[in-house]
Design a protein around this ligand. Structure first.
Ligand SMILES: Nc1ncnc2c1ncn2[C@@H]1O[C@H](COP(=O)(O)OP(=O)(O)OP(=O)(O)O)[C@@H](O)[C@H]1O
Length: 333
């Protein structure tokens, strides 16, 4: 649905040029929730703003359904933006307008008559669970409620793409989860493609199908969330994972001084809950010891597990593969 091709973006400030994006290429599929994560200053906001051309690339192309939107007229771009909703970190609501007026605002800009836009805004408020707050002002709502208003407003023109720019960063963990559940629900019910940027791997794990890690204006790595969590490659990914409690690099210390073979097994999906290791130990007659392991959940399904095993006697790896069948990977150290 969206293709970014070799995007560069430079900003000239008084004494130097900052290269915010240095050759970013990405594909985002229709109907998926795509997460972009990186440290502060990595280029996330610049990147997400390329998708509706709030920022224009210095070079490179942005293709939406195959059309390069950097080349379309301003009038065509205005029409296109109606089909792209955006949710902001600090909600960006009009403080002097009621909740209902805030949600109806984009409909007014699109020329819808008053009765129709009031009906649609009320339906949207019901969708986000705020039907009883229509005539309040933003200041009378909690942060989480204000973000629900922001989401209802972003959905007003029935967008096919929803951009979430740090939409949960100003919220506490419980409210964050309820907003993420709402985003997931909207994605499932209406098939809206969602691109979200965040600092948090927990946000990525909770809702995203795929993720790109951005570092210093470049894509450090990208892929299915499960794969990136189970097989992180880049130092930034490892440190972001470690901050969210996934010590994906801890095995290096474990290996030092341990005699025998060490293998790392990863498996995913429903096999996560099966007693695979004890079964394997019995059936293959090997002794093993678990040095470290973890299992985690992504979106609504179990994401998978990994563990490092110490095995004084290690049978042929092919036996293991045959035995588990569903094992994702076996790495031998
Ligand atoms: N309008 C601008 N003028 C000059 N430099 C800019 C501008 N916008 C962004 N930058 C610079 O580009 C780089 C990337 O900024 P960007 O806001 O995209 O990062 P970010 O990953 O979203 O950071 P944060 O998580 O802190 O919001 C930074 O070095 C930033 O200072």
């Amino acid at each position: 649905m969206i293709e970014l091709k070799n995007i560069h973006k430079s900003y000239a400030s008084r004494d130097k040029v900052v290269e915010a994006l240095a050759g970013v290429s990405l594909d985002i599929a229709q109907g998926e929730i795509f997460g972009i994560i990186g440290r502060s200053g990595a280029g996330k906001s610049t990147l997400i703003r390329m998708l509706n051309l709030l920022e224009r690339p210095t070079s490179g192309s942005v293709l939406l359904h195959g059309q390069d939107i950097t080349k379309i007229s301003e009038a065509a771009l205005r029409t296109l933006r109606h089909k792209i909703g955006m949710v902001f970190q600090h909600f960006n609501l009009l403080t002097s307008r009621t909740v209902l007026q805030n949600v109806a605002f984009p409909l007014r800009l699109a020329g819808m008559d008053k009765q129709a836009r009031t009906e649609r805004a009320l339906a949207l408020l019901e969708l986000v669970g705020l039907q009883d707050h229509a005539y309040k002002y933003p200041r009378q709502l909690s942060g989480g409620q204000q973000q629900r208003v922001g989401i209802a407003r972003a959905l007003a023109n029935e967008p096919e793409l929803l951009l979430c720019d740090e939409a949960t960063s100003a919220l506490d963990p419980e409210t964050t989860q309820s907003i993420l559940n709402l985003v997931l629900d909207i994605n499932r019910r209406f098939g809206i493609t969602v691109v979200l940027i965040t600092h948090s791997m927990d946000v990525i794990r909770s809702v995203c199908d795929r993720v790109a890690i951005i570092d210093n204006g470049r894509i450090a790595e990208s892929g299915e969330v499960v794969e990136v969590f189970l097989h992180p490659q880049h130092a930034t990914t490892l440190s972001l994972l470690s901050e969210s409690g996934v010590d994906a690099d801890g095995w290096k210390e474990l290996i030092e001084g341990v005699p025998g073979r060490i293998v790392r097994l990863t498996y995913r999906g429903h096999s996560t809950a099966r007693p695979l290791l004890s079964q394997a130990s019995r059936d293959l007659d090997v002794n093993l010891s678990i040095l470290q392991g973890q299992s985690a959940k992504s979106r609504i399904r179990p994401m998978g597990s990994w563990c490092w095993l110490w095995m004084p006697i290690l049978r042929a790896m092919s036996h293991w593969r045959h035995f588990f069948g569903i094992i994702r990977s076996i790495t031998r150290y």
